[in-house]
Design a protein around this ligand. Structure first.
Ligand SMILES: C[S@@+](CC[C@H](N)C(=O)[O-])C[C@H]1O[C@@H](n2cnc3c(N)ncnc32)[C@H](O)[C@@H]1O
Length: 438
């Protein structure tokens, strides 16, 4: 990304969105002090906001907090260059429901579902295997660790085959800001316990526990079930029987376009005839979802649907504009679609006012005299899950008031073929060239 020569974050906001933020918001981001990848993230975010005709007045304190603190700790550079294995239970519940809503041919044997880049602990794959008991589910990831060491509070560190520390996780704080002290204490604990661990065969799970600490070998085996197995592999090296469905969520966006396309080609080769790929991005609890559905046919693998959640239209967080590499075509398509909806005054004015009214009614935020959202005191002090519950209820209410249908009609007026998909998201037929055909 070329240098933009901006002095402050507010200069950039003004350059992209034509308006400055209140200093109380903008000054929380120390632009020159940010690492290059965090700067790249923000530049792409502002570019996508501009592309989606989103005004500066949608930027709020939560977005600024995310940009200043959470985002830098989620980027691969904060993880020593590794792609964070983070996932969360329930994240793909809607996508699991999407699978059961499809008409599938009745073939021989159990259909195969592959969760590519499933992360660890592989809780979304476990969710899927429970949701699809008649399928054979495989969780695949190159970064399954050989050893995991838990402390009494459930915090854990992962170690490779050579016993070297890889990363640390606290269930209460799933970010990577591990201090040297934490790293050293887990490493020395590992060195103490390891000699007592029954030596595992290649894939065997063994355990040694002492004083509230538990060291496990091949911890991934603990998650296996009658219809669920795990394979340590990257997308390009995977050998598997033809899959009816591959899910690859929150993985491809980490890679440059050329590598993404090579990965899509590898995925096409793993699919059965008429098999499908679901790929995209979402946040924990499935919010801010955007995903493409591809279908394999005799000509190759073609994108047949691009879908997104209604919450992308008026986010409180940065979700719709999160990208980790240049030329993220799904994020660009989302920006174009939300831009088309925003430009449709017939829909947008009512919708926008309705969301403002509900945000006030739910005690989340109100608009200040300067037009910027102000979080209520209750929302500022509420635990994150309470705010999430309120926003979830809010979006149910917006949907029930007919605004998903209204957004779909707005896309129709803008020339897109749009519909509500079986799980209630806004879907379009991807315009020619907007997503790769393999
Ligand atoms: C952010 S996690 C996503 C986890 C899960 N799919 C989800 O949506 O919650 C990204 C995962 O991609 C995995 N990954 C990285 N490179 C990969 C590759 N070449 N093939 C498959 N998975 C890969 C990482 O190890 C990491 O566990």
């Amino acid at each position: 990304m070329a240098s933009v020569g901006a002095d402050t974050f507010n200069d950039l906001v003004e350059r992209f969105l034509g308006q400055r933020l209140p200093d109380t918001l903008a000054d929380q981001i120390d632009w020159p002090a940010l690492a290059p990848d965090a700067q790249g993230f923000i530049l792409r975010l502002l570019g996508l906001m501009q592309r989606s005709f989103c005004p500066a007045t949608e930027i709020n304190a939560q977005m600024i907090w995310l940009l200043a603190t959470v985002t830098p700790a989620m980027l691969p550079s904060a993880w020593g260059g590794r792609i964070p294995p983070l996932t969360s239970q329930g994240r793909h519940r809607k996508l699991d429901a999407y699978v059961t809503h499809q008409a599938w041919p009745s073939g021989d044997g159990r259909p195969i579902f592959i969760d590519l880049g499933c992360g660890f602990p592989p809780v979304t794959t476990v969710d899927t295997a429970k949701h699809l008991p008649d399928w054979s589910v495989y969780g695949v990831d190159p970064s399954f660790s050989r050893y995991v060491l838990y402390d009494a509070e459930g915090r854990y560190a992962c170690f490779n085959r050579e016993g070297q520390f890889q990363y640390f996780q606290s269930p209460l704080k799933p970010l990577n800001d591990t201090t040297e002290a934490v790293r050293n204490s887990f490493q020395s604990l590992f060195d103490d316990l390891y000699p007592h661990l029954p030596s595992p065969h290649d894939h065997e799970r063994t355990l040694f526990a002492r004083d509230g600490h538990t060291l496990l070998s091949n911890p991934i085996r603990d998650y296996e079930a009658e219809n669920l197995n795990f394979i340590k592999s990257g997308i390009q090296d995977l050998q598997s029987p033809p899959a009816r469905l591959i899910r690859c969520m929150n993985v491809l966006l980490y890679f440059e376009k050329e590598i993404r396309e090579a990965m899509l080609t590898a995925i096409a080769n793993l699919l059965a005839d008429d098999g499908r790929l679901m790929t995209g991005f979402n946040h924990p609890f499935g919010i801010y979802a955007r995903y493409a559905v591809y279908r394999k046919n005799s000509a190759g693998m073609v994108p047949c649907e691009f879908a997104f959640g209604l919450d992308n239209l008026r986010p409180l967080g940065t979700g719709p504009w999160v990208t980790l590499a240049e030329e993220d075509q799904e994020a660009e398509l989302l920006a174009d679609l939300t831009g088309a909806i925003r430009a449709d005054r017939k829909f947008w004015n009512n919708f926008n006012t309705h969301v403002d009214t509900l945000q006030a009614k739910y005690g989340i935020c109100t608009r200040g005299d300067d037009g910027f959202p102000q979080f209520t005191e209750g929302a500022q002090n509420a635990p994150p899950h309470a705010l999430l519950e309120k926003t979830t209820a809010l979006w149910h209410e917006v949907d029930a008031a007919g605004y998903t249908d209204g957004a779909i009609e707005a896309l129709g007026r803008a020339g897109f073929t749009a519909w509500k998909n079986p799980v209630g998201d806004i879907a379009v037929h991807p315009p020619e060239g907007s997503l790769p055909t393999i």
